[in-house]
Each structure stands twice: as structure tokens, then as C-alpha cells.
Ligand binder design. Structure first.
Ligand SMILES: C[S@@+](CC[C@H](N)C(=O)[O-])C[C@H]1O[C@@H](n2cnc3c(N)ncnc32)[C@H](O)[C@@H]1O
Length: 331
């Protein structure tokens, strides 16, 4: 079948694919094509992205779409589509493009009817404040935003409209947990409802995880989740600004810093207490080297040495920016 597409140099293709997918611009009904230099991403209509070539070419059709996509095809106007959504517990969280807003009730009902495990459908209108809370509207199903999400054998209750939570970080949480040894001490500086702390405590049996957050609602859920998962002996939840709380804690073998938009502000504070720092940031890939040098220089200013053990892309933030995960060993 003939379709518009973007020809993108191979090294940039995966990031652009994810970005197009998240915005419903990628045609998931057609199979992506490749040659030695380029990847050809089939797109809906005219999509203009810097440093890519718009073309038209033949694509093979792909296997059948998931049921919810089939259900949506019946309610959306020609050319509109939604390629993915997050699921937290039994709540689906969509990011509807503005041109699909007027169909939100139909979209919500179609998802409810096609996916029986979903009881609530919310539209996500963006992140609101420094608690990193999303501005959500329930568009179908039960009128509630509290749910229980299961990950790595841990049950986490949370209100998706009052606290930050991303199910996409499940692999990352496990990756960090696997680096912690039994008996070690961990500080989770920006803990939210404590997913990192809980997974680390359950998987690696550290002697103590200190989970700090400034959002009182997140702290309430974190305490509830620690109790529900019977991890009181291993996790201590602390309410407050990490700037004030951290200096009162003992040195830690690991510090988790999942506040990517402002982690730089807190890095030198963490250097005083670590250990290994699991640091997250959002930046353009070409600036990664510069940022790693900056992390090393911050440690040097404190008379310490920072060695980067591993860097990885945890996800896409925008077509140009990635969410970067870095494990930094402080000596
Ligand atoms: C991106 S969320 C991460 C939450 C959690 N680590 C997770 O993976 O779900 C960042 C969290 O940092 C908290 N936060 C923001 N500024 C803070 C500060 N100065 N001290 C402690 N927590 C803070 C927010 O309330 C939010 O829950």
C-alpha cells in the first residue's frame, strides 16, 4: 500500500519512531522499511520533522491490530488514530491530540469495551507542577483516579491525578534493584509513591531504604504501600524537601535521583552521601558527553572522584531529547 513516509538516517530512526508512535503519527498498520542508510517510517498525512526527507512509497501491510485499535477505527474520523497508551492498574491514560479531543467520550468507551481489564479511561493534558503531577480528565468508565498497580510482585496503590507514576520505568527499577546488594543502604531522593524503594527492598533486601518526597499525597501512598507489601523493616518514608532531609541521613551505598528536569540542582548534595548515584536527566544525545564531564567536575569540587559505570537511554522525551540514566560511582 502507498503511504507518506519519512526517510531518516539509521542512527536516528528508533528515537524518531518512538516519538511519532507516542503522538499517533506513525502508521502501525504498515511495516517499516529499511536500506543500508535509511529507515522509512510510514506516517499519517504531512509530518514535518527536521533533517528527515518526506517521501511516498509502497509498504507491506502488517498483522492485525490490537482489539482496542480496531474498536477505535470505528469511532475516529479518517486519518485520526491513537497508537498507544499507558496503563496504571486498571486505568488507561491517553494523550489525545487536540484534533481528537471532540471524540474523547467515544474513544474512552471504545477502549473500555475492547480491553476488559480497563475500568477508567483518562485523558492526560500534561504535567502540572513541581510534584510532576499530570492534569487528568476522566473521559470514560468509573469516576475515580485511584488504582492499584502491580510491578515485580509489588502492589502499589496511588491516585494518578495527585502523584507522579510511570509504568514505563518498570525495567529501569529492576535494573537499579539488581545493582543493590543485601544489607546495603539506599536513599531514594524523589521517591513519589516509592516504586524504586519498594522494588529495591523486595528484590535485594537492603538493610534500609530511605524514601523521601515533598508531595504529602505521594508520601501518604508511599507509607501505605510499604505497609501493604510488609516492607516496614526495610523502607522508611520521609516527607520533606530532599535538600533538608538528605543531610540528616547516614551515607548510602546507592542514591536514586529520579527527578530528571532538575536533578542537576541536587547532584552535588548527593555526592556528599553516596555511594553509587543512579542519576536521571533529560537532554539532547549530543550533550551527553558534556553532562558526564559536568558530573565529574561536581564531584571533584567536593574532593571526590566520579566514575561513570554505565549510561543508557531510558526513553524518549521529545524528538530531540532523551531521558538518560547514568550510574555514577563516587570514591
Ligand atoms: C519524576 S517523580 C519520580 C517519582 C518516583 N521516583 C517514581 O519513579 O515514580 C519526582 C518526584 O520528586 C518529588 N520532588 C520534587 N521536588 C522534590 C524535592 N525538592 N525533594 C523531594 N522530593 C521532590 C515530586 O513530588 C515527585 O514525586
Amino acid at each position: 500500500m502507498r503511504s507518506s513516509c519519512l526517510a531518516v538516517p539509521r542512527p536516528r530512526a528508533e528515537r524518531l519512531r518512538q516519538w511519532l508512535l507516542e503522538r499517533g503519527l506513525l502508521r502501525t498498520d504498515l511495516a517499516i522499511r529499511r536500506d543500508e542508510q535509511f529507515v522509512y517510517l510510514p506516517v499519517r498525512g504531512d509530518v514535518d520533522v527536521e533533517e528527515t526527507r518526506p517521501l511516498e512509497m509502497e509498504f507491506e501491510e502488517r498483522e492485525r491490530e490490537p482489539r482496542w485499535q480496531e474498536a477505535l477505527a470505528g469511532v475516529l474520523p479518517d486519518g485520526a488514530s491513537l497508537s498507544s497508551f499507558d496503563v496504571v492498574g486498571d486505568i488507561a491514560i491517553l494523550r489525545l491530540p487536540s484534533e481528537m479531543e471532540s471524540y474523547k467520550r467515544e474513544v474512552g468507551r471504545a477502549i473500555l469495551s475492547a480491553q476488559k481489564s480497563i475500568r477508567v479511561v483518562c485523558n492526560d493534558r500534561g504535567v502540572k507542577d513541581h510534584y510532576r503531577v499530570r492534569d487528568l480528565e476522566v473521559i470514560a468508565g468509573e469516576q475515580r483516579t485511584e488504582t492499584t498497580h502491580r510491578e515485580h510482585g509489588i502492589a502499589m496503590t496511588l491516585d494518578v491525578s495527585q502523584v507522579y507514576f510511570s509504568p514505563r520505568l518498570a525495567t529501569e527499577r529492576r535494573r537499579v534493584a539488581d545493582q543493590v546488594q543485601p544489607g546495603e543502604t539506599v536513599i531514594d531522593m524523589f521517591a513519589g509513591v516509592a516504586p524504586f524503594s519498594l522494588v529495591i527492598a523486595a528484590v535485594s533486601r537492603p538493610s534500609q531504604v530511605y524514601a523521601i518526597d515533598v508531595n504529602p499525597v505521594a508520601v501518604r501512598y508511599a507509607r501505605l504501600n510499604v505497609q501493604r507489601n510488609r516492607l516496614q523493616e526495610h523502607v522508611t518514608v520521609m516527607e520533606g524537601d530532599a535538600r533538608q532531609v538528605l543531610p540528616s541521613l547516614p551515607p548510602a551505598d546507592h542514591i536514586v535521583m529520579n527527578l530528571p528536569h532538575s536533578a542537576q540542582e541536587f547532584f552535588s548534595l548527593a555526592v556528599d552521601r553516596a555511594g553509587v548515584i543512579h542519576y536521571y536527566d533529560i537532554l539532547e544525545p549530543e550533550k551527553i558527553g558534556e553532562r558526564l564531564d559536568w558530573l565529574r567536575s561536581q564531584a571533584e569540587e567536593k574532593g571526590r572522584q566520579a566514575t561513570v559505570r554505565e549510561t543508557r537511554t531510558v526513553g524518549m522525551y521529545s524528538p530531540r531529547q532523551v531521558k538518560l540514566g547514568v550510574d555514577v560511582v563516587i570514591d
